[in-house]
Write a protein that binds this ligand. Sequence first.
Ligand SMILES: Nc1ncnc2c1ncn2[C@@H]1O[C@H](COP(=O)(O)OP(=O)(O)OP(=O)(O)O)[C@@H](O)[C@H]1O
Ligand SMILES: [Mg+2]
Length: 314
Amino acid sequence: MISFDVLVIGELNVDIILDDIKGFPMIGKEILASELNVVLGSSSAIFASNLSSLGKSVAMVGLLGEDSFADLIKKSLQNKKVNTDFVVTTKKYSTGLTIVMNYGMDRANVTFPGAMEHLSTADITDEMLLSSKHLHLSSIFLQKGIKNEAIELFKRAKKLGLKTSMDPQWDPAENWDLELEQLLPHIDIWMPNVMEFKNITGTDTISAGIEKIKNYSNCVVIKDGVHGAHLWEKGKLTSKPAFLNSKVVDCIGAGDSFDAGFISEFVKGSSLDRCVEVGNVMGAINTLEPGGTAAFENIESVRIKAQEKFEFTL
Ligand SMILES: Nc1ncnc2c1ncn2[C@@H]1O[C@H](COP(=O)(O)OP(=O)(O)OP(=O)(O)O)[C@@H](O)[C@H]1O
Ligand SMILES: [Mg+2]
């Protein structure tokens, strides 16, 4: 039975954010920070939370340890009305976490992947897939257990009648090794940012990248920060400008919010042009508040922001 609009498979972790640090950490010394926030991290969770805030029913699949960070992650997702029945826990690994050291607009991060690397396609049952109309996978390079079997996973999802999308996100190892020719035929919407697109396709320009993959791709959406986004579909490449925000707080999660906006329209059956526009407006709304989820309380408040800040009717 279909219960959810979108099933999100992705990495889950806690962000431990230190602010106002007195200098840079040095080996053998101790310095102080004057602010601490412990919050839900990870691109997949931002995507799932914001898609849920836009009024879509969302279930999350991820792997957590059995510790207090796991409880925090589950509670934070549930507060955003994301279903966590399919989140798997294990005694074998600790929940992943990122320590974020903020220095003004810049930051230094240290990530312990922990459980997130060990989610495997065997954990994802047909029952889970059949619960949803659409499958979205994020951060493939962080999920080693999923990466090697992603082709089979997407094939299975398509066979079971789901629409599919993937945001690859950055490859921390910078190997960029995806078997695009085998993978992309099973992905309805591929959503890298422009740097990721060039790195993964091994090209220097968007048009050269498209030329390389066009014979086996469906729809490709390339996010391009302040330049908006590019859409390749049925042999045509078009671009839509960003909604410029002159008072950007930060851009953390803008890409995930773009994805949430795009997919919220895609599952409704809107045109791909409309999907890109809503993606762009959600990316811009994301930059109005700190972090990836603060600007997305609920659909009513997002509608008001879209209208008042960007003259866009949602
Ligand atoms: N400064 C900005 N002003 C307005 N809109 C923006 C701004 N930055 C990003 N956006 C919007 O957000 C979308 C996604 O941003 P971006 O291209 O940075 O994605 P990303 O690199 O995948 O982000 P992330 O770091 O969250 O993964 C853009 O396509 C654009 O529509
Ligand atoms: Mg991104």
